[in-house]
Write a protein that binds this ligand. Structure first.
Ligand SMILES: Nc1ncnc2c1ncn2[C@@H]1O[C@H](COP(=O)(O)OP(=O)(O)OP(=O)(O)O)[C@@H](O)[C@H]1O
Ligand SMILES: [Mg+2]
Length: 351
């Protein structure tokens, strides 16, 4: 069509263990999945969210776009972990035009980096529950050198980043449009990746609490590699299901121990939230990320917190061609796909 507004973006989730790419066709009749692909990242190429091997990672992205026949060059990416700070702050209510200055001067005390080294963004969440003169603001600060690094990476891969989002927000973005999500239910989104975990408690499509930590499946892989004297690649293979009978007991023992630490960290966040917000109790947990595959994690969380724990199905509600995307493929990548899909939903004119 001549006047079709070509503003869609390809969603690119650059994980430290897997890169995921998604392209959607967004229309009033419903959103359909055009492309989806995953490519592994060798260990050490991305560490703590920083790109160590620029050429190598750019190559993986280029090859992934080629193999999936994705022509679109404009992408939405996201960051998370160490170089991103997300905080809810309470500040005096000020007129719109003064907000920028107020937030910037207030932000300094909440950010562990020099204010000149970060890009700051914010969103007003609403009036403070404690004072009519104050409001809650969600503050996001991303280190400028991290942003520059991702821009360089994408340029090497021949792509243009139009949106640089935060992993947690991209996950929330897709979760909110899933047919099974009920905004009135207090829901905790938990994404356990290879090197980090993000937690986000939602109600009414508003985030009530967000936390990040450095737990992830790398902990299991590293312990396994140490105990059994395996290379990281061999240990990763075992964790991802190519398990030899001989060592399965060791894997189960390590997984259980680490899953217990993940559960304690999550419970601590839930209890902190519930004690500071006396009317709200977490009613449902939605799991995503490769950590969701780890045996016992979901059951353990469920029995500790006595709430429903479900694995995300981020493809729910999307129109998809069953021949190109069979059920076995969709269920195999569902846990790892939501951030890329949440990014693919972003439009060029989004903030
Ligand atoms: N079938 C499986 N069983 C158990 N673990 C699995 C399975 N498939 C993948 N994993 C684990 O999930 C990890 C990848 O998860 P994910 O794609 O969420 O990580 P990532 O997004 O690359 O990491 P991060 O977000 O921390 O940078 C792998 O390192 C692997 O250990
Ligand atoms: Mg991830």
């Amino acid at each position: 069509m001549l006047f079709r507004k070509k503003d869609h973006l390809v969603g690119l989730d650059i994980g430290s263990s897997f890169i995921k790419v998604a392209e959607l066709k967004i229309s009033k009749k419903g959103n359909s999945l055009k492309k989806f692909g995953v490519a592994p990242v060798p260990s050490g190429a991305i560490v703590e969210g920083r790109i160590i091997d620029m050429e190598g990672v750019a190559n993986i992205i280029r090859t992934l776009f080629k193999s999936q026949k994705i022509k679109e060059k404009n992408v939405a990416i996201s960051t998370g972990g160490h170089s991103v700070v997300i905080k809810t702050i309470t500040t005096a209510k000020v007129p719109e035009k003064e907000l920028h200055t107020t937030i910037h001067s207030e932000a300094e005390q909440y950010i562990p980096y020099d204010i000149d080294d970060v890009n700051i963004d914010y969103q007003i969440l609403g009036e403070s529950e404690f004072s009519l003169d104050q409001m809650n603001v969600l503050l996001v600060a991303v280190k400028k050198d991290l942003v520059a690094e991702y821009i360089d990476l994408l340029s090497l891969a021949g792509l243009t980043p139009k949106i640089i989002d935060v992993d947690t927000f991209a996950l929330q973005n897709i979760y909110e449009v899933l047919p099974g999500s009920d905004p009135e239910t207090v829901t905790l989104l938990v994404d356990v990746g290879a090197s980090k975990t993000s937690l986000n408690i939602l109600k009414g499509n508003i985030s009530l609490m967000m936390r990040d930590n450095v737990s992830g499946t790398d902990q299991i892989i590293e312990e396994l590699s140490g105990q059994l004297d395996l290379s990281i690649e061999e240990a990763e293979n075992m964790v991802s299901g190519n398990n030899d009978q001989k060592n399965s007991k060791t894997l189960t023992e390590i997984s259980q121990r680490i899953v217990n630490t993940w559960c304690s960290e999550i419970c601590e966040v839930v209890y902190t939230f519930q004690s500071s917000s006396n009317e709200n109790k977490v009613e449902k947990i939605v799991l995503s990320g490769g950590g969701g595959f780890v045996e016992g994690f979901s059951d353990n969380l469920k029995s500790e917190l006595n709430v429903d724990v479900v694995a995300i199905n981020p493809f729910e509600g999307l129109i998809l061609d069953g021949k190109r995307f069979p059920d076995s493929f969709i269920s195999g990548v569902g846990l790892q796909a939501p951030i890329a899909l949440g990014l693919a939903l972003r439009r060029m004119d989004d903030k």
